[in-house]
Design a protein around this ligand. Structure first.
Ligand code: ATP
Ligand code: MG
Length: 424
């Protein structure tokens, strides 16, 4: 064992006993996204470092200290994507997908951030993200909240999540607010921790996002961004809350919600749970109308979100009786070389006839008894047996592994009919 190479810290595999649940969640998510007319986009894992610096912002946690950045063999600085928004927008701008058209897109895959690994926080983690372009809202803002609400309901976790909403206003409004905030925090600089002292100069809004318990009172008494919003931002926000009220979607306005990335404007939101400990934000997003021009495109509207799949999966696992799909429906037991060749051919015929059936054919020989044990362990509902007796009669024995019944002897045609009856 001493010589076995270990995985990179914070990068985990999903083992086979968990993949069924992942696939179930992925399938439900695809269905829900499809139900709202969203299309998948597949993006590279590597992008030029410049893309993330210019979009996420130089003084964010991600760009300051979390990126996996390296020089490739040509000396170009590349970064493993820490999130999907920048790459998605880069692709759409480069491929001309934003010319006089709206887009509703989603992507799925691993992201990379050099953070301190802990429960719900890894260095490679999966995100399912959604981005829309070309719609000013507030209707599209409501739509993506509705979509997530539907996803939680389909997964049986709606009661475990709270929707928190805020508005960050326009860039101009934030500048005014920024001054108020700097004035407020500068009155008592001794109450700021080291991070916040630095942020006071670089990015004071981020102080509101501090996790330091000793600063909570100070933060709670800070001026409210909501009060600094102009008419347009305020109306946008009120229209969303009115639509949510109308549709019966519960939410809580959290005026301290600022999000970790710099490109947001107006609507920001998080879906938060109290059931996963410190890492409680399962899905987070917002509007980022300024980013398209910032990346060199014609000014346009954008709103999106990303959900952390590991956190989502942990939550789904808390639902009682989340029954994973069967890995194996039917196990085929083959005793002897002649039975093996007949069995292999018959197994192919079964797969031709019932493509969805999960059929596990015994490989590697073994006695009838040991093969029965394996069949039982596989979770299969029934076993098909071909041994010497069956061969002699050109038959197959069918044995239900879960209900105590007698073994039946059937022709291959009868066996196919039996399987169709029970499994399709
Ligand atoms: P946090 O405050 O938890 O660090 P964030 O603001 O950095 O989150 P986003 O960049 O908005 O997160 O990413 C969206 C979602 O992706 C998060 O809400 C979370 O569910 C998930 N996520 C982010 N970072 C990680 C990570 N290191 N490991 C696992 N999931 C993560
Ligand atoms: Mg983070």
């Amino acid at each position: 064992m001493a010589n076995i190479i270990q995985a990179v810290r914070g990068m985990r595999e999903v083992l086979p006993d968990k993949t069924a649940l992942w696939q179930r969640v992925e399938k439900v998510a695809r269905e829900v996204l499809g139900a709202y007319g969203y299309q998948e986009i597949r993006l590279p894992l590597l992008e030029k470092t410049e893309l993330f610096k210019r979009s996420i912002g130089e003084v964010t946690d991600i760009v300051e200290k979390e990126m996996y950045t390296f020089e490739d063999r040509n000396g170009e600085s590349l970064t493993l994507r820490p999130e999907g928004t920048a790459g998605c927008l880069r692709a759409c701008l480069e491929q001309g997908l934003l010319h006089n058209q709206q887009q509703r897109l989603w992507y799925y895959g691993p992201m990379f951030r050099h953070e301190r690994p802990q429960k719900g926080r890894y260095r490679q983690f999966y995100q399912l993200g959604l981005e829309t372009y070309g719609m000013a809202g507030p209707d599209i803002d409501t739509e993506i909240l509705l979509l997530t609400d539907r996803l939680w309901k389909r997964l049986g976790i709606r009661d475990k999540l709270e929707l928190q909403l805020n508005s960050l206003g326009s860039i101009e409004e934030r500048l005014v607010y920024r001054e108020q905030l700097v004035a407020y925090f500068s009155k008592q600089p001794e109450l700021l921790d080291e991070d916040s002292q630095r942020r006071l100069l670089t990015n004071p809004l981020r102080i509101l996002d501090t996790k330091n318990p000793e600063m909570q009172v100070l933060v709670a008494n800070a001026p409210e961004l909501m009060d600094a919003l102009g008419t347009e931002s305020r109306e946008h926000f009120l229209a969303i809350t009115a639509q949510l009220d109308d549709l019966g979607i519960a939410y809580r306005i959290n005026t301290r919600l600022v999000r970790g990335l710099d490109y947001y404007s107006k609507t920001v939101f998080e879906w938060v749970t109290t059931e996963l400990g410190a890492q409680g934000t399962v899905c987070a997003g917002g509007r980022y109308d300024g980013l398209i021009a910032q990346l060199g495109g014609k000014p346009n509207h954008a709103i999106g979100f990303a959900m952390g799949m590991e956190r989502l999966l942990s939550l789904v696992e808390l639902v009682p009786n989340v029954s994973a799909e069967a890995v194996v429906d039917v196990a085929m037991i083959l005793v002897g070389a002649a039975a093996e060749s007949v069995g292999f051919r018959f197994a192919e015929a079964i797969r031709d006839t019932i493509p969805g059936l999960k059929l596990l054919v015994n490989c590697g020989g073994g006695s009838l008894k040991s093969q029965f044990k394996k069949a039982d362990k596989s979770g299969a509902r029934c076993a098909l047996i071909i041994g010497e007796d069956e061969l002699a009669q050109n038959h197959v024995s069918i044995k239900d592994l879960r209900i105590e019944t007698a073994q039946q002897s059937c022709s291959q045609a009868e066996t196919l009919a039996y399987l169709k009856n029970h499994f399709s």
